[in-house]
Design a protein around this ligand. Structure first.
Ligand code: CA
Length: 224
């Protein structure tokens, strides 16, 4: 699940990135309004955390611009002070929720979860491939009715395949969707996750639903 954080204060930005990663989100962080606008247009985020006071273009303007352009990604705005004016303005410009600084971290995470559940256009439906069921709302996975425990990143990799059942998904497409922008590690990390997924969703059930397509990528076979 991919999240964009637009925050110029580096300590706050780092804390948000580390905390949200620990919750299993894939986090892109940018430090000014124009980059925020650019990233929000470019990538498909599940939710955007947008600070109000930003260099270049402030959060209100970023939010208003995105809504004008038809971007419906849920936006949680971080308002600078606990003032009514800020909060009303945040909602007026099209934000879905706001949180006044300083905020408590568990509250932020709970608000983000609620926003993701509500989504830009309603709750995201379960993904199914045969008897494999993924629920993006709570990151749960079941095979033939049996719950399967996946780490957040394993879930994200499997979600990538399940969103396009039967289609070959390139390793680079998985990297782009699941790992942060600017990931510079070994792309073979995807194989490690695919192996882990096979051990969890295929082997114990006598299946082989994750198919390696040599030189191309991976395919989730509903009948496999
Ligand atoms: Ca700021």
């Amino acid at each position: 699940m991919r999240v964009l954080v637009v925050e110029d204060e580096s300590r706050m930005a780092e804390a948000l990135r580390d905390g949200l990663r620990a919750e299993g989100y894939t986090v892109d962080v940018v430090n000014d309004g124009r980059s925020g606008l650019w990233y929000a247009r470019l990538n498909d985020y599940r939710v955007i955390v947008l600070d109000v006071m930003l260099p270049g273009l402030n959060g209100y303007r970023v939010c208003a611009r995105l809504r004008q352009e038809g971007v419906t990604t849920p936006i949680l705005m971080l308002t600078a002070k606990d003032g009514e004016y800020d909060e009303i303005e945040a909602l007026d410009t099209g934000a879905d929720d706001y949180l006044a600084k300083p905020f408590s971290y568990p509250v932020l995470v709970a608000r983000l979860r609620a926003l993701v559940r509500r989504g830009g256009a309603g709750r995201r439906p379960e993904l199914t491939a045969g008897d494999l069921v993924l629920d993006p709302a709570d990151h749960s996975c079941r095979r033939a009715g049996t719950p399967v425990e996946l780490t957040p990143r394993e879930f994200a990799v499997l979600e990538c395949l399940a969103e396009r059942p039967g289609e070959v998904v390139a390793k680079t497409a998985i990297l782009d969707q699941v790992w942060e922008n600017g990931f510079e590690g070994d792309p073979n990390i995807v194989e490690v996750y695919i192996s882990a997924l096979r051990r969890k969703i295929d082997t114990p059930f006598g299946r082989s639903s994750i198919v390696t397509v040599r030189g191309s990528g991976y395919r989730l076979d509903a009948r496999g």
